[in-house]
Ligand binder design. Structure first.
Ligand code: GLN
Length: 486
């Protein structure tokens, strides 16, 4: 079998079920891609723990992902791999159970091959804030893969797995997907159980899916969706049907001017305009809309997320969770020495959040940020109520930046999320797909829809992906090299 014979999760599952290929061969392809990714002086370093062979002997369950190798972000717990959240404080931590999303992947026949790198506890936009070394972008190894699900996006982009689980608090699936030239979906809040997702900011946290194609990402999302009594915020809804071929005919696509500022990278703006023209050609109506509260989204997010984080991360005290240093004298020293294991960005967030919640400041910061969140929700509600089906924007204001470039400037790093945090604040589903390249680097286009509109969102993205692939002006800069499949 040629090493690139089976690339999509759907193809792999069908071939394995038909007996056309052995799972060991599929896993062998993953191992070869992984070895190639980690070869040389600039390894991709997408995984924090990985064991492809151990998985090879496991009994196969029949299902939509039979025999499909998948990777899981290392802040989603698994019974067979450690869960570190990219932090020294959880070094070697072994969960006694699987997250619900992982249970569902395995029940669908998927083979979990390992856990992917991330910014510590999901705090960051480049995967450089991992305590275990940065992940590099497979498209250009001098650049970051985005974050915080950079390991998941890089594992998919490097061809190690067709599908990976990520998590999002403010864009951590979509932004790395955009930087690495793959697809990332964040579902509606409540669609996918958060049981077993290590909490960062619970009202904003979501599990999302990275895939090489829209179809694969949708298949992964369908498998992990659905009510879970173990997560009280999980909605009482059946998993959606995300099958379909997709069409743009008759859709009203809203384009918010606030997402196309003058400072936007001109190449990204040009790619977005070209994608919009293509959608219009294929029967969509493009309508300018306004989401005026967008300018307050980053400030509100960077109050709410750290505030919730400062509370959620109090459990790492060396007693309940967290490495317990040897020979400590007394509780104070235990807390101090355990919590010193947090990295600099996590400490910054805890301090910001504790301050925002402190007596006398609560109303001025957290209370106000919550009111801004209400305005952002209302902006989206109005636009969708006015007859707009989906909204189209760039996913990120720049392409992948160089390693180290933003490490000294937290604010610059936070601005990577300017187009993605709004969907987390509003809890609406959103997706990033590759729409072109600038200077050889992938550009992501974002589609956002009303709550529970995943079927529409995914099918519009399928159609756009197909039209982009068949359009000669886009085909001139292929998103996926047809020869190598990379
Ligand atoms: N970059 C954002 C942050 O640091 C978003 C991270 C995420 O979505 N987990 O909070």
């Amino acid at each position: 079998m040629s090493p690139r014979a089976y690339r999509s999760a759907r193809e792999i599952a069908a071939a394995v079920q038909a007996g056309d290929v052995a799972v060991t061969d599929i896993l062998g392809q993953s191992a070869a891609a992984l070895a190639e990714a980690d070869q040389g002086p600039e390894p991709i370093n997408a995984f924090l723990s990985v064991d492809i062979n151990r998985s090879a002997g496991a009994e196969l369950r029949p299902g939509p992902l039979t025999g499909v190798p998948v990777a899981v972000k290392d802040n989603i717990v698994t019974i067979d791999f450690p869960t570190t959240c990219g932090s020294r404080i959880l070094e070697g931590y072994q969960s006694p159970f699987d997250a619900t999303a992982v249970t569902r992947l395995r029940a669908a026949g998927a083979v979990v091959i390992g856990k992917t790198n991330l910014d510590e506890f999901g705090m960051g936009s480049s995967t450089e804030f991992s305590a275990y070394g940065p992940t590099r972008n497979p498209v250009d190894r001098s650049r970051v893969p985005g974050g915080s699900s950079g390991g998941s996006a890089a594992a998919v982009a490097a061809g190690v797995v067709p599908i990976a689980l990520g998590s999002e608090t403010g864009g951590s699936v979509r932004q790395p997907a955009a930087f690495c030239g793959v697809v990332g979906i964040k579902p509606t809040y409540g669609r996918v159980s958060r049981y077993g997702l290590v909490a960062y900011a619970s009202s904003l946290d979501h599990i999302g899916v990275v895939g090489r194609t829209v179809d694969d990402a949708a298949l992964g999302l369908q498998v992990v969706s659905g009510h879970d009594p173990r997560d009280s915020t999980s909605a009482l809804r059946e998993p959606p049907s995300l099958e379909g071929t997709g069409s743009l005919e008759g859709l009203v696509i809203g384009v918010p001017s606030e997402y196309f500022p003058d400072s936007l990278n001109p190449g990204i703006a040009a790619n977005c305009r070209a994608a919009l023209r293509l959608m219009e050609d294929r029967g969509a109506e493009i309508r300018e809309v306004s989401l005026p509260s967008t300018r307050y989204a980053i400030p509100a997010y960077y109050i709410i997320a750290p505030a919730e984080a400062s509370s959620n991360l109090s459990r790492y005290d060396g007693v309940r969770y967290g490495v317990r240093p040897p020979d400590v004298k007394g509780a104070t020293e235990l807390y101090e020495r355990t919590r010193a294991l947090f990295g600099p960005e996590v400490k910054r967030r805890i301090m910001l959040g504790t301050y925002a919640l402190s007596a006398g400041y609560y109303d001025a910061y957290y209370g106000r940020a919550q009111r801004v969140r209400g305005l952002i929700v209302r902006d989206f509600d109005w636009v969708f109520a006015s007859g707009v089906d989906l909204i189209f924007t760039p996913t990120a204001p720049t392409t992948a930046f160089r390693l180290g470039e933003r490490l000294d400037d937290p604010f610059e790093m936070y601005l990577s999320d300017v187009f993605t945090v709004t969907a987390n604040l509003a809890g609406i589903p959103a997706l990033s797909l590759p729409i072109g390249r600038v200077d050889g680097l992938p550009v992501g286009g974002q589609l956002m829809g009303p709550r529970w509109s995943e079927p529409l969102l995914v099918n519009a993205a399928r159609a756009l992906e197909r039209e982009l692939a068949s359009d000669p002006s886009f085909a001139a800069a292929p998103l996926v090299n047809q020869e190598t499949g990379r």
